[in-house]
Design a protein around this ligand. Structure first.
Ligand code: AMP
Ligand code: MG
Length: 455
């Protein structure tokens, strides 16, 4: 091993994690990345290269949040509980006259609350009533229909009746609503602009577009968005025992599955995987293929980083002038993991065992792909769950073991998936998270709350 490699050393998990994180932050802050315009439907998982601003107020009008009646809260506070229903407004409609005292407008969720009204009474707290009004000449008289208790606003009803100045006697039915509760002003109404004002930033540059962000962009009228180009991530699997997936392996050969798990992981976090041909455990050919891989924005190597006679990856990297930040982490699986840069291109040498490769990608490489895609690198997502069975191990390493998290919102439980060690791909495929065992713990007891890392 060369001196640079030796001085970089083997770090505790937290230290290795922070080294990568710090470098990711620096790379993220460089900014100035190439961008492209894509249709909103193609933008899922992409990172915004320019902010999205509100083209109008959000919401654009005072929005009813309940089905019911738009009212003047003050009417109810003053004891006026029987209101005249002067109209109906459904989502997409408007009621254009200002609401006067004693009046209510039937309103549906999502509709614009009319001017003059300042609250919505939920339909559950109301009862529709009708009232027959007799018109004789100029004088309006009222006769209540069945169940009529009182007319809340006599003056108002008289005034309404008076409006219809008919010489002919006629009976008319008035639409009323009895309100059984008072409401506070602004209750069940989201004022115009309460979420954002026109011109305000809704989503900033560097935000990754998930379903909620795509909804917001759509609401702001963005049929297409400017996003950063995906970073190219070269993937180079090394090992004389490897054959390509379509080939028939000899008795002691295995198929190159790591190039696929890594490509899938890269694609999942917003990178563009570039799979290189398998590299043999031979220094000059390996160096040549690494050189090829360094044309991408980042390089992931699989295998060849242990202490074996044919583990030549570090030497080949050194031939190309690599700088090493660490050459191992006190973790299991994945202890021989290597992190460094050649020029401005970051690389990770991941141990070849199929589970190790996935765990070390998750712990270290994911945040680098994120940083290169222009998104602020996020910390690992973890959760707490109750351990289902006792678990014994040795101290000294932070372990990330394939596990299954199950159960509902209230009491998630986790169990380690039985496995044959870090070569066991079946265990990895059965798992949905990694159980974290701190380096100072020999035993985790059934029922204990433990940490899991989500994947
Ligand atoms: P290495 O890290 O090169 O010592 O490899 C460790 C183990 O992982 C060996 O059993 C390899 O056969 C296996 N391995 C290495 N590379 C790959 C790969 N690309 N796909 C599947 N298994 C691999
Ligand atoms: Mg190997």
């Amino acid at each position: 091993m060369n001196t640079v490699v030796q001085s970089a050393g083997v770090l505790a998990f937290e230290d290795a994690y922070e080294v990568v994180r710090e470098r990711c932050q620096q790379i993220f802050k460089v900014g100035d990345r190439p961008s492209e315009e894509v249709l909103l439907m193609q933008a899922l998982g992409r990172v915004l290269a320019e902010p999205i601003t509100a083209d109008r107020d959000f919401p654009p009008f005072p929005r009813a949040t309940r089905d019911g009646f738009a009212v003047r809260a003050d009417d109810l506070a003053r004891g006026i509980t029987l209101l005249r229903v002067v109209g109906q407004v459904r989502a997409g409609d408007s009621y254009d006259l200002p609401l006067a005292s004693g009046e209510a407008v039937e309103i549906m969720t999502g509709a614009a609350v009319p001017a003059g009204a300042d609250a919505v009474v939920m339909v559950e707290y109301t009862e529709r009533k009708t009232q027959e009004v007799n018109h004789k000449g100029h004088e309006g008289t009222q006769r209540e229909s069945e169940n009529r208790e009182s007319i809340a606003d006599d003056d108002h009803i008289l005034e309404i009746a008076g409006r219809v100045e008919s010489e002919v006697e006629e009976k008319r039915t008035e639409d009323l609503v009895e309100v059984q509760r008072t409401v506070a002003s602004a209750e069940n109404v989201v004022p115009a602009g309460a979420e954002a004002h026109a011109g305000q930033e809704l989503l900033s540059r560097g935000v990754r577009l998930g379903p909620a962000q795509i909804a917001l962009a759509a609401a702001a009228g963005k049929a297409s968005v400017k996003v950063y180009r995906k970073p190219k991530v070269a993937i180079l699997s090394t090992g004389d025992e490897l054959v390509e997936v379509a080939e028939k392996p000899g008795p002691s050969q295995i198929r190159n599955s790591n190039s696929y798990s890594l490509a899938a992981l890269v694609a999942e976090c917003g990178g563009e995987p570039v799979q290189l041909p398998i590299a043999p455990d031979e220094e000059s050919k390996l160096t040549e293929l690494i050189h090829e891989g360094l044309k991408a924005d980042m390089l992931l190597l699989s295998g060849g980083v242990s202490m074996g006679k044919f583990d030549l990856v570090e030497q080949a990297l050194k031939n190309l002038g690599a700088k090493f930040f660490f050459t191992g982490a006190l973790i299991q699986p994945g202890k021989p993991v290597v992190f460094g840069e050649v020029g401005a291109v970051p690389f990770f040498g991941l141990p070849g065992n199929p589970v190790s490769v996935m765990v070390t990608f998750e712990l270290f490489a994911r945040q680098m792909v994120e940083a290169l895609s222009g998104a602020e690198p996020e910390r690992m997502k973890s959760a707490k769950a109750k351990l289902r069975k006792d678990f014994k191990t040795k101290t000294g390493l932070t372990r990330f073991l394939p596990a299954r998290l199950e159960g509902g919102l209230e009491d998630p439980e986790v169990e380690v998936v039985p496995w044959q060690g870090s070569g066991d791909m079946l265990a990895a495929a059965r798992a949905n998270c990694y159980l974290v065992v701190p380096p100072d713990r020999e035993k985790l007891a059934k029922g204990e709350m433990v940490t899991v890392v989500m994947r």
